[in-house]
Design a protein around this ligand. Sequence first.
Ligand SMILES: [Zn+2]
Length: 597
Amino acid sequence: MARCSARRGKGFFMDTGSGATPAQKRRRGSRGGKNRNKRPAIDGLVTHDDEVSDETDVISNETVNPTELPDPPQEGRVRDPEVAQQALVRRPQIGDTRPAPRVAVAQSTQPQSGAAQGNSGATSENAQTNSAKKRNRRGGRNRNRSDSGPAPKRTAVETDASIIERRRGRERNGRPVGRYFMCVQVRGGITQVAVLEGRSLIEHYVSRPADDVAQIHGNIYLGRVQNVLPGMEAAFVDIATPKNAVLYRGDVQFEHEDVEGAPEARIEQILRSSQMILCQVTKNPIAAKGARLTQEVSLPGRFVVLIPNSKAYGISKRLPDAERRRLRSILDRVKPQEHGVILRTAAEFATEQELTADMTRLVEQWKIIEDKAKSAKGPTLLYREPELAVRVIREEFTAEHRGVIIDDHRLYEDVKDYVSAFNPELADRIEYYDAEAETLSLFETHHVHEQLHKALDPKVWLPSGGSLIIEHTEALTVIDVNTGKNVGTTSLEETVFRNNLEAAEEVAHQLRLRDIGGIIVIDFIDMEIKDNRKKVLESFRAALSRDKTRTQVFDISELGLVEMTRKRIGEGLLNSFTETCPDCEGRGVKVDFELLN
Ligand SMILES: [Zn+2]
């Protein structure tokens, strides 16, 4: 993806002059690469902030990668943007009670090279509907020139205090009300975060002390280019972790006047072995695949994402128009000139002072990173993302959460401080659970424990006696839907239909809870009536729309199969609790070779 490659990247390239490059061993891709060289049809869209970009993401047909490369930008996507658009399940945020606006298909066809000029701010602004644009134009402000003209006077009569008041969560009889609840359990250095909707476990995250190597998403490094692979349009980069990371051509940034053939320059024209580059991890290393890097760095705060040395300018599309206007008028005044910013959904009802404080903190953080990069001698970590619990709370904690309960006192204090600093009105929702004084563990008390046990079982029961069997293969996950023994009182078709509806709901829940990514095939039970098939698919899509991870679902095939993809984020719940069986090496059976003798 050629996004933002026209951007000024001061201090991004540092040459060490050291010549020798250790030869990089590369295993051949075990899975074929038949589409690997095809480029995605459309490009130029922001991806650093899912809140802003997800619905404008564009899609092409590449699912194959060699073992040591992380998933390329086009993972699991279909070539035809229109098909992709239809298959894309709208993705609201956790706690989002407003549906995100529908995105027109037409907007996703931006010309590829033109997009290099268009910055990410323009992208998210373009994503508005035409009518919204007209409305704003009548307002008389030219948003595309944020640094032009005098800042509009603040006409809002609303005081900061009343803005904060609106942000306060609901309460009933003095107790906080909200659909969501978070439990954070710390044991032996392992932190687990459980997100509950009502009493049902919907998401689970684990981090281990050893995760400094594996959980590096968001970290910023000074890396050394090890070797450039023209055929893969990628480069291996040493970032001082055991495995080299990978930088794809689309994630490379460079000064156009420095490179011949820009902006269409090939990666080997831009990067050289042993060149030092500043880069950020956009994807954790998974199994044999190295981490994926970008040179477009972004620093997430509570309300704002700072994109250093960029023209990016965006406000989450999930916010209502009036709130977007209020935030834009603040940004016009306080946005740092040389950096880009994107306002997240959490910025709703944030005051000018809060936004400024958040941006100032991020700009200072960026200065520290730049200074570290200048004085570094070799590949090194420049910025580490905060620990898991703080990260999850930064991204997800809202007034829709009735609470966060933490059984580690140090972490509790840290989280409380963090929330007090950014959302003081919600600070009293952070609670400490004194595990020493209680008979049950935190996870037992909130029934997380038993739900996790169930989430590790391949079989899942459905309310009416049917079941799902979830099985993983190298290439995809297969979910088999079974009916119960009880065939019901009405027609067979009706029983099957009801069973499939329950399955659709439960599959969506399980995908999210188990964090299953990649290609997923669901074998629903055959339905004779076309309308029933349609209804099952509709309810499946509706259930998936509560998942903040992007999914695409295609129509039921002749054999009753539903093919879908879900963006791969982590290793999955199963992987985080298991290791491959040493006896059968994961095959699940032992061959009796005696019989062959
Ligand atoms: Zn085994």
